[in-house]
Design a protein around this ligand. Structure first.
Ligand code: AMP
Ligand code: ZN
Length: 117
């Protein structure tokens, strides 16, 4: 489902819909995971719900979807690193959120512990 953010189409909706390319590492009925285009660690993957919601606080109303997102983050860390990972949700512009489609940053492997987002 695509949704506009102001006059701009939502970039993550466009990735979910396959309208713009991304390095997708996982896709299912609930979530899509793809590599961040500006990686800050050896493994830097974004996990997004297929449905457009603004930020992680919107997922409080859908705990199964939030669980799917966290489960996928763990699987990504197992598949591409040693299983250890950080999970970061920038929430609100003041906290550094730049894309207003909820997403979890999965940071793993070399550099993950030190990165600031
Ligand atoms: P945030 O600042 O928490 O909203 O994170 C947004 C992230 O999305 C940043 O780390 C960007 O590098 C990443 N990003 C933006 N556009 C794309 C894209 N088309 N494909 C992959 N990652 C993207
Ligand atoms: Zn969206």
């Amino acid at each position: 489902m695509s949704e506009a953010t102001g006059d701009q189409p939502c970039v993550f909706c466009r990735i979910v819909d396959g309208e713009i390319p991304a390095d997708v590492v996982h896709s299912d009925d609930d979530v899509v995971a793809f590599r961040d285009s500006s990686p800050k660690a050896e493994v830097h993957v974004l996990v997004v719900p297929r449905a457009h919601v603004t930020d992680v606080t919107d997922l409080v109303d859908d705990p199964a979807l939030l669980a799917a997102l966290v489960r996928t983050a763990g699987e990504v860390a197992e598949d591409f690193a040693d299983g250890d990972f950080r999970l970061v949700f920038n929430t609100g512009a003041g906290a550094g959120q730049t894309v207003f489609h909820a997403h979890a940053h999965v940071l793993a492997g070399r550099g993950a512990a030190a990165v600031g987002l």
